[in-house]
Ligand binder design. Sequence first.
Ligand SMILES: C[S@@+](CC[C@H](N)C(=O)[O-])C[C@H]1O[C@@H](n2cnc3c(N)ncnc32)[C@H](O)[C@@H]1O
Length: 228
Amino acid sequence: MKLSGRLLAISENVTRGKGLADIGTDHGKLPVYLVLKGAIPFAVASDNRPASLNKACELVKTCGLGDKIDLRLGSGLDVLSPGEVPQIVIAGMGGPLIVEIINSAQARAAEKLILQPMQYSEYLSRWLYDNKFDIMDEDLVEDGGRIYRMFVCHAGQPEQARDEIFYEVGEKLIQKRHPLLGEYVIQLMGKYRYIYANNTDAGARVKLKDKINKLEGILNEYKGTDDI
Ligand SMILES: C[S@@+](CC[C@H](N)C(=O)[O-])C[C@H]1O[C@@H](n2cnc3c(N)ncnc32)[C@H](O)[C@@H]1O
């Protein structure tokens, strides 16, 4: 079974040998791939829409994994009993919806959360810092012409972000000189330059300009160290 680049990158961040819950599984490909590979012993695959869960159900049946993948209909982490799985994946949703789902004791109890927002990743990043989730790792993955962010985190005592800009471009990405960082920052700058050009509110323009300057700074630093 072949996964998209985005799902493959998520699968690579899963801890081998431990159970997993895939919340909002839809097609169910991620847990099926991981169990088929023998990477994890079992999974809970859940979705709040019957039509989505049926897709996952078909795939699980076709692959003969009914005894290893438990399919559950329900919202967010309500489908799990306390401490049932050590790691939880929530992928392919917007940042605010992911926040709604992880704003729970269940999420705080998990050893590892792998979160992959499709949009508003900075909203999720800020929330993780504000709510004392430690971002252990951050990744970028390119898939179908888009770059997606991914967070690996758990409840803890994180350091505060040094500047608001690091909600947009994670410090972990800068520290490890992620190969997609330059391209990602250029895309972000393009987005904020467009918003800046079309915004007439003076206060908003000052903030946008500041953001663009900081992104330029990160890009120059990144390019500068590239030349060494
Ligand atoms: C775009 S799909 C992502 C599928 C898969 N996780 C991926 O990354 O490819 C989003 C799925 O999340 C489900 N979903 C949305 N809100 C949810 C919630 N509160 N609890 C569980 N599933 C939810 C939707 O029904 C949908 O199937």
